[in-house]
Design a protein around this ligand. Sequence first.
Ligand SMILES: [Fe+2]
Ligand SMILES: [Fe+2]
Length: 449
Amino acid sequence: MSDIEIENIDTILKNINSGIKGKKLYPVGHPAIAASMTKSYQALSELLKTNNRIFVGMAKNVLVFEETPLMDAEKKLGELIHQINQREIEGIIFEKGLAQKEFFSFIDVLSEENALKGKELQDMMASKNILHISIKSIQKRSILDTYNDAVSAIKEIMNEIRMGKIPQSKEIIRLTDEMTGLVLTNRDAMVGLSMIKNYDNYLFNHSVNVSILSIALAKNMNYQKADMHIVGTGGLLHDVGKTGIAEDIIRKPARLSGEEWETVKQHPVLGSKITEKMDGLTRLVGRIVYEHHMRYDHLGYPHTESTLHPLGMIVTIADAYDALTTLRVYQRPSHPVEAVKVMNNLSGKHFDPNMLKAFVSMLGFYPIGTVVRLSTNNIGIVTKVNPANNLAPTVKIVFGEDGKQIDKPYEIDLSKGSGTHAIVASIDPLTKGFDVGQFFEEEAKSLTL
Ligand SMILES: [Fe+2]
Ligand SMILES: [Fe+2]
C-alpha cells in the first residue's frame, strides 16, 4: 500500500462527516450536501486507483484510516463516529470500482435514522446496489457461544486428564464467571440451554447443564455471587473423575456387574483428587465433587457420617434433574414435569427437602423446556417462568391449532389476557418429533452478552 497523505484522509472523512450532518438539515440534492460528498468521493476514488481497497474502521474506540489511527478525530468527525458506533460497525471497506452513485447511497444509509446492524445492514446495502462497499460488523458473543465454549472447555479438561496432565483451570474459571453473570441477567434462557442434550457426548453437555442448573438454584436460594461461582465450578467438574473409569463401563448399555458398579462409585473420590491439584480452585470445589453422590440421607457413596456441604447438595439436585431429562442407553428421557415428580418422591432421601422445594419453585409447575398443549389446541414450549403464577408461564407457540408446525413461532404470556390460552397438559416432545434442545439453541443465538 502506498503511503496516504493525511490531507487526503482529512478530505475524505471530513466531507463524509459533513455529508451525513447535512442530510439532516437539507433536502436531498441540495448543493451544500452534494458538494462535500462529491469532494469526498473524488479523493477516495483517487486513492482507489492505487489501492484495491481502503479500510475505515474503529479500533479500541479510535477511528482508523487504513493503518493510521486518528487520535483527535472525535471533535472533527463526531457524526461519522457516532453513526459507525450506532450500527456496530467494526470496519467499512471501499473497493476499487466504486461508483459515485454507490458512494452517495452509502452516505444515505449512514444518515438514516433507523440504524440497521449486522445482516440487516448488509441486506439493505445490497438492495441499494452498493456493491463496492462492504461492512464488517462487530462480532458480539451470544449466550450460545458461552454454552458451546463451556462444552469445549470441559471436553479439553477431560482429554488432558486422560493424557495424564493436570488440567488448566483458567478457562473453566472464566466461563463459569460468564455463566454466573448470564444466570443473573438471563436466567430463563440459560435454563433453556440446559435442555441441550448430546447423546454421543453425554458427559460434556451434562457437565455444563449441571453447572447452569446449580448456579440457577444457588441464585434462587439467595446465595452470594461468589458461592454461585463455586457451585458452578463444582457442577462443571462434578464428573471429571469418570475419566479414570474405562469407557466401556461408563457407556455400558446394560446393568453393571457388582464389580463394575464399585468402579463407577470411585468417580467422586477420583474427581476430587483431580480438582484439588488444579490451580486457582478453592478446596470447596473438591468437596462438592466428593460429595455429589452422598445423598441427603447419607445412603449414597462414598459413605460418610458427617454433615454434607449445602453447595454439594445443590449439585446433587441439578445432576439428577439433568440425568432424568436426558436420553440414555438404558432410559428414555423424562420430560421436565415427570422429572420433577420423580424427584419429589425422593425428597428427604436423595435430596434436601428445602433445597428441592427451592429447585421446583425455580423451575415452576411447568418447567422451562416443557412442551405443552393449550386449550386452543396449539402446542408450545415453556420459555419463561412466571414467579407470580406458576401455572401460567410464557409459552412459545410452535404448532398451530391444525397441528402443523408454524413458520414463525410467537410468544404468549399466559398470565396476561383473558385466560383463553390455558395449559391443558404437558406432552412428550418425541410424539411431535420435536427437538427441544435445538429449539433453545436457535433462541440463544440471537441473545448477545
Ligand atoms: Fe456423578
Ligand atoms: Fe453427573
